[in-house]
Design a protein around this ligand. Structure first.
Ligand SMILES: O=C[C@H](O)COP(=O)(O)O
Length: 246
């Protein structure tokens, strides 16, 4: 099970590090600590301090450059993220696609940059408007094929996490209905059996404690945001993982 958290741009640096220290302590004392991949994705400047405080928590980045080095002012390369110790990088989040112009081509180049530097991409996919699960899955599969196209053309195989995040459920009062999530993610999982490397499907979009229990047969974990800003909510989710595996 993957329990991933993006802190987006919500916290100060001090609060980010304090949150990571709290969650690292919760994880260290939890019986499922060896059965989960728990990861936090802070803002770029907080990454080194988070790595120092993370314990068994993995640390990721919220975005990555398409190129590894050169005249790309303001960008952050996968090479440097790998050098620091980041194991994951988020690519193609809806907010990046919508607000910062990350096209399908850019997303594919960023996935390629991550995998050629040994970092696992968390490729975010999801439909914009509410659709039936089969139609939503079709949109997502198209985004997955496109997102993997550059890495595949280069013959690079690496681990891959697909974050299924229907856009209408991000920042919403409620997550998508469990039946919808299960319907889409089951199709995505079947599709990924043909993709080389270790693949996982996690759900994000107003995810919170209690959801995993309802969708655990169809997902490999959660991608969380606002609803774990209180670190104790991470303990609740780890407890769910424990109950599910009991
Ligand atoms: O990266 C996380 C997702 O976009 C979900 O965020 P949210 O749970 O705050 O809606």
């Amino acid at each position: 099970m993957i329990v991933g958290v993006s802190l987006k741009m919500y916290f100060s640096h001090a609060r980010t590090v304090a949150w990571v220290e709290e969650v690292a302590a919760i994880l260290a004392g939890h019986p499922v600590r060896e059965a989960v991949t728990a990861l936090v994705i802070p803002q770029f400047p907080s990454i080194p301090a988070c790595l120092d405080a993370a314990g068994d928590l993995a640390v990721g980045a919220q975005d990555v450059a398409t190129d590894d080095a050169g005249a790309f002012t303001g960008e952050v390369s996968a090479a440097v993220l790998a050098e620091l110790g980041c194991r994951f990088v988020e690519v193609g989040h809806a907010e990046r696609r919508r607000m910062f112009g990350d096209t399908d081509e850019v997303v594919a180049a960023k996935v390629h940059a991550a995998v050629r530097n040994g970092i696992t991409p968390i490729l975010c996919v999801g439909e914009e408007e509410r659709l039936e699960p089969a139609d939503a899955a079709e949109v997502c599969i198209r985004q997955i094929r496109s997102g993997l196209s550059a890495a595949s053309a280069a013959g690079i195989v690496g681990d891959l996490v697909i974050a299924y995040e229907p856009l209408w459920a991000i920042g919403a009062p409620e997550p998508a209905h469990p039946d919808h999530i299960r319907g889409v993610c089951a199709v995505l999982r079947r599709h990924l059996t043909d993709v080389p490397g270790q693949t996982s499907v996690i759900y994000g979009g107003s995810a919170r404690p209690g959801l995993l229990t309802q969708i655990a047969d169809s997902v490999d974990g959660l991608f969380l945001g606002r609803f774990v800003h209180e670190s104790s909510a991470v303990r609740d989710i780890l407890d769910e993982v424990g109950a599910l595996s009991a």
